[in-house]
Design a protein around this ligand. Structure first.
Ligand code: LIP
Length: 269
């Protein structure tokens, strides 16, 4: 595979999808509910994913593609060597409310769901985050790196809450409260992929969240790793993309052990 060419194709497609979203953001937004009253999808999610899927499968018919809205497409997941994970709008709730903080997230992985080539595009700021495994992480073509913040009291960290927060007792509130008492600031900005991209770019010192789907997290996971950070599950496992609860902890590395300790204190494993 020509990884640079594939990254170029993915970047172009993400930017074209983002241009569509900028137009849709200014129009009346038709929204529907999915698994619950707070798990919504818009026509823009569906149309943007259809565009991205059509473009990628035209270029790579031998790949398998998994989209948040459309499920599996393309070659069989059992035989395809490469898999695309697509979130056409990460931050759908923000988008549906006209809040300009959302992104297009695209991740190409191997059969074991290890990210190889990723793109996250923020259409409202025209920021494109890219990475190829082993070749660093970039924001608008410039190398990025995580922060050097070494103490929680000096850290600004992000998190989010799953769509099951009204009914699931494992609702992230104990962790949110514990970190609030130990860090400089906690931010809930509504897009997991952008939160991860912000850790990679040194705008956040760390981010944690559970109940993430692969399309939410795989692109940002590689960005953080390639920017010099650390990504694990809540118990330090280095394959969070296989965690049954979708639990991700992404940090600048310096804060990782201190944050794992908070999970150990607030979960009765
Ligand atoms: C969302 C994430 C957010 C999380 C939401 C949801 P979506 O993704 O970006 O961080 O808290 O539960 O998973 O649904 O907007 O693509």
């Amino acid at each position: 595979m020509d990884k640079q060419q594939t990254l170029a194709h993915a970047s172009r497609i993400a930017q074209q999808a983002g241009a569509l979203l900028r137009i849709k953001l200014e129009q009346p937004i038709v929204q529907m509910t999915k698994a619950s009253d707070i798990d919504i999808v818009t026509e823009a999610d569906q149309e943007t994913e259809a565009f991205i899927s059509q473009q990628l499968l035209q270029l790579y018919p031998e790949h398998h593609l998994i989209g948040e809205e459309g499920g599996g497409q393309g070659a069989s997941i059992d035989t395809a060597d490469y898999h695309w994970y697509i979130d056409p709008i990460d931050g759908t709730t923000n988008f549906a409310n006209g809040i300009p903080h959302f992104c297009v997230s695209m991740a190409l992985t191997d059969k074991q769901r290890n990210p190889i080539i990723v793109v996250i595009y923020d259409p409202t700021r025209d920021d494109i985050y890219t990475a190829i495994a082993g070749q660093g992480a970039h924001l608008n073509g410039k190398l990025i790196q995580v922060t050097s913040t070494a103490k929680l009291v000096n850290a600004v960290v992000g998190s989010g809450f799953g769509y099951d927060k009204h009914t699931n007792p494992d609702d992230n509130l104990p962790q949110w409260g514990a970190f609030t008492k130990q860090v400089r600031g906690v931010r809930r900005m509504g897009s997991a992929a952008l939160d991860l991209a912000y850790v990679a770019a040194g705008r956040l010192d760390a981010y944690w969240e559970k109940a993430l789907n692969p399309w939410d997290a795989l692109a940002g996971m590689l960005l953080v790793i390639e920017a010099g950070g650390t990504v694990t599950d809540y118990q330090g496992g280095n394959q969070p993309q296989h965690d049954a609860q979708g639990r991700y902890l992404a940090t600048n590395g310096h804060l990782h052990e201190a944050m794992l300790a908070v999970f150990a204190e607030t979960y009765a494993w």
